[in-house]
Design a binder for this molecule. Structure first.
Ligand code: NCD
Ligand code: ZN
Length: 365
């Protein structure tokens, strides 16, 4: 008998959905697995206001079939020009949970990011006052800092001082990749949490260079040493409610990844919950998956836990080599498809639904 696991429906607290045809191609994968997702605002141009977030949310919902229970939760892109009035408007908007801090130049589409934390202090104080959550891409951008040290240096130079200065501010260190990040969250109070991606739990930097350079394993923050991966695995499966699920699933067209200057971002939404099940199973901690995937994030964001359930089943299925992007010129794979994590390889768990085909892939509405 295949092992099964029944858990409260999970949420993804860090997701890139893009817009246009890539949004249409990507969103069903998340909607098939997660009840809620915190949708990142790094579009071009970025989503900086509550009004634009409401429009973007409608664009997302328009890509889903009627009756889909998927509930996008929005975060706004913090810039040097975010005013306290914009923060007040965000606090009053339904579906807006907070602001995303991208240090300018840190990652994909972050050109409009914050150039210095001092410039946004009035906005951050207003956020603390209103109980909004700051989601942080925690890397310095200084060229002199080694790319593998950028998270640790950011914590030392920016994040820890900020949290000391504004202890009421509710902060999530997104996609934690180092033992330094884990230590920071563990020693923070109730206002500090961290999300963990499946890919940082599954892989280390050796995987980026296994028999050659592998652009589909490239993301930011970049994969780190094995000892950091072990620290993340320990935190995810510890039962500490300060750590919860955020995939950072980030689709890019094949041509943008397989390039002389490939984009950062790994697409995992097609198998996200299943990959976390593999990870927790590998740590003999399947009993802790539900807290991590379905309870702790909702508790931190002060929203009710979901009431419906999903069933996971141990079952090996093969991930397609790519997914098509509708409306893109056919024929040229560089422009008309994106490559998921584990393309052509197997995933060891599936979601058991009445509409799951023989392939094991959860049906994408
Ligand atoms: C993200 C993207 O592609 O938008 N890329 C990534 O490597 N994670 C941006 C981000 O979250 O850093
Ligand atoms: Zn991200």
């Amino acid at each position: 008998m295949a092992r099964t696991l029944r858990i409260t429906a999970p949420d993804d607290w860090h997701l890139h959905l893009r817009d246009g045809s890539l949004l249409a191609a990507a969103v069903g994968h998340s909607a098939a697995r997660f009840r809620r997702a915190l949708v990142m605002p790094n579009l071009v141009p970025p989503v900086t206001t509550a009004g634009r977030a409401a429009e973007y949310r409608n664009e997302i919902l328009a890509c889903l079939p009627p009756g889909s229970g998927f509930d996008p939760v929005m975060t706004l892109y913090l810039t040097d020009n975010t005013t306290t009035a914009m923060v007040a408007e965000a606090a009053g908007a339904p579906h807006v949970a907070g602001f995303k801090l991208y240090p300018a130049g840190a990652t994909t589409h972050s050109d409009n990011g914050v150039t210095s934390i001092h410039r946004v202090m009035p906005a951050l104080e207003a956020m603390a006052d209103k109980g909004l959550v700051l989601q942080v891409h925690g890397e310095v951008t200084d060229d002199h800092v080694d790319v593998f040290d950028r998270e640790a240096v950011f914590i030392d130079q920016v994040l820890a001082p900020l949290c000391r200065e504004l202890p009421e501010l509710r902060v999530i260190l997104e996609h934690v990749t180092t033992s330094d990040g884990i230590g920071f969250v563990q020693s923070g109070g109730d206002n500090i949490a961290g999300t963990l991606t499946a890919h940082h739990l599954l892989y280390c930097r050796n995987d980026l260079f296994r028999s050659g350079i592998r652009p589909h394993y490239y993301c930011l923050p970049v994969l780190k040493r094995r000892r950091h991966q072990e620290s993340l695995l320990g935190a995810a499966t510890s039962g500490n409610p300060s750590f919860f699920l955020g995939t950072d699933s980030a689709p890019h067209l094949r041509g943008q990844k397989e390039s002389a200057c490939g984009c950062a971002g790994i697409f995992t939404a097609h198998a996200a919950l299943e990959l976390y099940a593999e990870i927790f199973d590998g740590m003999n901690a399947l009993d802790r998956l539900e807290g991590f995937a379905s309870h702790f994030g909702a508790d931190f964001y002060r929203v009710p836990r979901n009431t419906d359930e999903v069933i996971l089943e141990e079952f090996a299925w093969e991930v397609p080599a790519s997914y098509p992007v509708p409306g893109q010129p056919g024929g040229d794979p560089a422009l008309s498809e994106f490559v998921p994590l584990r393309a052509g390889e197997t995933v060891g768990w599936r979601i058991r639904r009445t509409d799951v085909g023989d392939s094991g892939e959860a049906a994408v509405d």
